[in-house]
Design a protein around this ligand. Structure first.
Ligand SMILES: Nc1ncnc2c1ncn2[C@@H]1O[C@H](COP(=O)(O)OP(=O)(O)OP(=O)(O)O)[C@@H](O)[C@H]1O
Ligand SMILES: O=C(O)c1ccc[n+]([C@@H]2O[C@H](COP(=O)([O-])O)[C@@H](O)[C@H]2O)c1
Length: 166
């Protein structure tokens, strides 16, 4: 929130990533764990994607804008997803519809910087030193920030038997 100048964050617990073959754990379980690990007055853990009936991010953003016409949304994701973004449905609509904040992730900083999305939208990159301006920027604008990184991944959590197993 601080680095991108945001008022609040909505943590979208996904009904399931369209690109992943293996489905996630039950929605209610993931919502409960997310609410346990993230308790902050300006962070809302939400299952709104399931409620809206959307799965692709471009659809989710269109639906959110329709339901909340006065809210300025920013899409947040890890660097691994910038590296893959050009495979997402209507990915250019996402880039041109909302500012996009990208958070560094171990092993993905270089692939993200060299990605198709980074190349196509090279001119629209906000320098990290100006990241606070992202929330108020007009799309297409994206910003990559380096933060203290975490090696956590959902694959590793599943491999260890799930949250709380170890
Ligand atoms: N360690 C991390 N650092 C930065 N961003 C992360 C990290 N883990 C997850 N994210 C981001 O959080 C969002 C949700 O990730 P998700 O829960 O699907 O798990 P994942 O760890 O990316 O999955 P996988 O294990 O298959 O790589 C994505 O935008 C992803 O880029
Ligand atoms: O819209 C798409 O085509 C699309 C493709 C891959 C991932 N996403 C979304 O990106 C978010 C994080 O996905 P992931 O790959 O880190 O599990 C989640 O909300 C997914 O639904 C979206």
């Amino acid at each position: 929130m601080h680095r991108f100048g945001l008022d609040a964050v909505w943590w979208l617990v996904s009904p399931g990533n369209p690109l992943k073959a293996r489905g996630p754990a039950a929605m209610a379980d993931r919502m409960a764990v997310a609410r346990t690990v993230m308790q902050h007055p300006r962070v809302t853990v939400t299952d709104i994607e399931a409620k809206l009936g959307t799965r692709y991010t471009a659809e989710t953003l269109a639906a959110l804008k329709a339901v909340y016409p006065r809210t300025r949304f920013v899409w947040l994701m890890g660097a691994d997803n910038l590296a893959q973004l050009h495979k997402w449905q209507d990915w250019r609509t996402i880039m041109e519809g909302v500012p996009v904040g990208v958070l560094a992730r171990p092993g993905d900083r270089i692939s993200a910087r060299l990605s198709k999305a980074a190349r196509v939208y090279r001119a629209d990159k906000l320098p990290a030193r100006a990241s606070r301006l992202l929330a108020g920027a007009e799309a297409p604008t994206w910003c990559f920030v380096n933060l203290p990184m975490s090696t956590a991944s959902s694959t590793a959590i599943r491999a260890s038997g799930g949250w709380g197993a170890g």
